[in-house]
Design a protein around this ligand. Structure first.
Ligand code: NAG
Ligand code: NAG
Ligand code: NAG
Length: 262
């Protein structure tokens, strides 16, 4: 008797197990194959909207850059402002930063926007990718070419500096780079494709002459972006990072090349 009831129990357990596996497979099938939204979503997410290049001076000889530093973006409306009056505290969040950026873009109509670090604020941002999307949202919507480098706070969330820079480079209209372009690596041999340079987010962006001018086909302005690092400990003292010799060496070589081929 005891043997038999044991067998029935095992049999029932096996049956439940099989039903569980079957329904899991069915669910997976429904999610992955039957539901077209998910596959479409996936496709949409991988297509980057490309900024019109090259960047150029306008016909009136101007080129306007909007520089934005220290947005310290967290989780949007859930993240309150710091350093505001007590009376303002309840009415101030990351959304005020968004509104300010939208207004600046609208009023100034810049040709290019440079975000120079602490774009997101690690200790408030629970998901770095989500905070990056929220922080850069106004420029993603405006469709203006933009580039960013990192501060120490950007990385204090869920991504490393390298991950952050590759992610930022893949965002719509971004012309940010994790590493310098090959053409900006004078005297480098192609075998060694990973550049020996400290940091993530060292690159050179070129702005060409005004359309129709005699400089229309040449770059007349170089914008150098350098990664100034995060935090560091020097002789037991906690401090911030700095621009390393390898980066300065790269900068010297690229700018020298620009001068020679002028
Ligand atoms: C994906 O992109 C297509 C074409 O731009 C658009 O019609 C569709 O609504 C997008 N789907 C989602 C889920 O965003
Ligand atoms: C933040 O935005 C809200 C809504 O526009 C506004 O009422 C508030 O005054 C703003 N706060 C600050 C400190 O600018
Ligand atoms: C720039 O290139 C275009 C297309 O190749 C050419 O028609 C034009 O004459 C060039 N302009 C100058 C100033 O070299």
């Amino acid at each position: 008797m005891i043997m038999e009831s044991c067998n029935i129990k095992t049999w029932i357990q096996s049956l439940i197990y099989i039903i569980l596996i079957a329904s899991s497979l069915h669910l997976l099938h429904t999610l992955l194959i039957i539901n077209p939204n998910l596959t479409v979503n996936h496709q949409n997410a991988t297509i980057k909207k490309v900024a019109p290049l090259p960047m150029r001076f306008r016909s009136d000889g101007t080129f306007k850059i909007l520089q934005v530093a220290d947005m310290h973006y967290g989780n949007g409306k859930m993240t309150r402002c710091r350093d505001v009056l007590d009376s303002e505290f309840n009415y101030c969040s990351d959304l005020n930063t968004t509104l300010f950026l939208q207004k600046m873009i609208q009023l100034e109509n810049p040709d290019f926007i440079a975000f120079t670090g602490d774009n997101i604020f690690g200790s408030s941002a629970t998901d770095a990718a989500e905070s990056l999307f929220k922080a850069f949202d106004p420029v993603l919507k405006a469709g203006i070419p933009w580039a960013a480098v990192l501060g120490n706070h950007d990385q204090e969330s869920t991504m490393t500096r390298e991950e952050l820079m590759s992610f930022i480079s893949l965002m719509d209209y971004s012309i940010s780079q994790t590493f310098p372009s090959d053409e900006d690596f004078p005297n480098s041999n192609k075998q060694n494709s990973v550049p020996k340079i400290d940091g993530f987010g060292n690159y050179n962006l070129k702005v060409w002459g005004a359309p129709g001018s005699n400089l229309a086909n040449s770059s007349v302005l170089n914008l150098y972006f350098l990664d100034s690092g995060d935090r560091a400990v020097v002789n037991g003292v906690r401090t911030y990072g700095w621009i390393k010799e390898s980066q300065l060496d790269w900068l010297r070589r690229v700018s020298q090349k620009v001068q020679v081929t002028k």
